[in-house]
Design a protein around this ligand. Sequence first.
Ligand code: FAD
Length: 513
Amino acid sequence: MINDVVIAGAGPNGLMLACELSLAGAHPIVLERLPEPSREPRANGLVGQVVRMLDRRGLYERLSGSKEPPQPAPGYVFGALGLDLAMLEDNPVSLLPVPQARITQVLAERAVELGVEIRHGHELADLDQDDDAVTATVAGPDGSYRIRTRYLVGADGGHSVTRKRCGIDFPGVTKDDTVSRTVNAHPPAAWVDPAAGTLDVPGYGVIPLIMHHRTERGMFAFAPLPGREPLVTTMEWGEPEDGDRPMSLEEMRESIRRVLGVDMPLSPPNGDGPHLLRRLTGGNTRLAERFRDRRVFLVGDAAHVHSAIGGPGLNLGLQDTVNLGWKLAAEILGHAPPGLLDTYETERRPVAERVVMHTQAQSALIAPGGEVTALRELFTELLRDRSTVQRIADLMAGADIRYDMGVPDAHPLVGRWAPDLVVRTDTGTVRLAELTRTARPLLLDLTEDASLVRALSPWGDRVDLVTARPHDPEPPAAALLLRPDGYVAWASSRPDDTDVESLQVAVRRWFTL
Ligand SMILES: Cc1cc2nc3c(=O)[nH]c(=O)nc-3n(C[C@H](O)[C@H](O)[C@H](O)COP(=O)(O)OP(=O)(O)OC[C@H]3O[C@@H](n4cnc5c(N)ncnc54)[C@H](O)[C@@H]3O)c2cc1C
């Protein structure tokens, strides 16, 4: 028997891919080497367009507990410089402060609801490809076995066995000149002013909460995230003096003394934990030389690793999976147009390159030294300009992406992430995000006589066809054809549009053999 897809790794990206494949009608199996879900504290939240993407699958509500749509964040940081996002008319940065273990749990629950088989304690050990399938060798709890699958996706993290077994190089840099420490701990309560959003450190001054704060000697942050034990973080440059010694609150206190130049008493966290006491030396910035080797694909950290500064990892990785999922399912179900699978890499590699670029730029901006201080002064001036803030916000959110849809002189929305239009249908007022929960292609026809929907009726089994009236009297488009990943494949601005020919070309290009 040949399976549809085997995914190596039940981290957030492997599970999200499994959900996308299932929604599109394929049957993935997820292999996870750990016997049970990891509780390792990693991401503290999601930053950027991914938050709105999760809303388009109904997952934002599960993660945030709110029925309201995601809201733009009033501010954020770039390289420990404040970004005043409230000045933007079109602010693409949404934040979802949910820890990675919870994100993984919600995605696993959703995958199981959709019928995905997750095999814990099953490690991908090796793989071999022929013309028809991939043969994976798996080390399971009852010994080694083989499994045949049409496609295999490595979502197995930065040390990806999948990537190594395919001989895909992972070029980039490894830096060993930084030491970052993070603990769950409480500074004196009297120092914290939640209303002002500040930590007032005697002898040093006022430090904004949550934001990275650079000094000439390092970086400090205090983040009292809701419903969690607060996080205290430092970053210093140079060799770690503490070597192999287990990390401790006392070591953190010494680090803060070096970075801020004052003493900060730290009380241990409450509850049973697990609590964070982490020291990390150095870091990697690497991009796989290819994201695909014939029947094998890489997503998430298996394809790219970079500094965690600004929290872009899951914005990138989860959107890799939403890009790949529907394409791979179409190939498995036999209706993918030629070359569709190749667009995974052509579309996602430039996005990964931009994340590598901006995390390296941010790392440079937080380093110590007078030249960096001068650079920061210049950046601070530039960040008073709305256009600069917009550009950086778009970069961090991943909202500056425009995929090539192969349409010359296209409508400005073509290739872009579709805005969350509010429309009135026969059944009531809905947001576009609510219409995309099926993860299917969607034609949203706001034209006067709905002739576009009629023209696509032969494709009704492939494309969701929705006629509606715009809520906004001047909507950005009169009709939109969306790919399942939320990007606009075709759009028209004419309310009386009857140009069904270009629409049909777009449908054939993306959705039908
Ligand atoms: C300290 C830190 C802080 C971070 N903060 C943020 C943040 O705030 N926001 C953000 O968006 N990102 C953040 N990131 C990045 C984010 O954690 C990663 O991008 C994310 O974990 C990548 O998910 P993944 O599913 O690709 O890989 P992983 O999470 O690494 O999951 C891979 C899974 O594959 C399994 N596996 C490995 N090998 C095999 C095998 N051979 N067979 C079967 N299973 C295997 C592993 O056990 C694991 O469960 C942070 C990272 C770090 C280290």
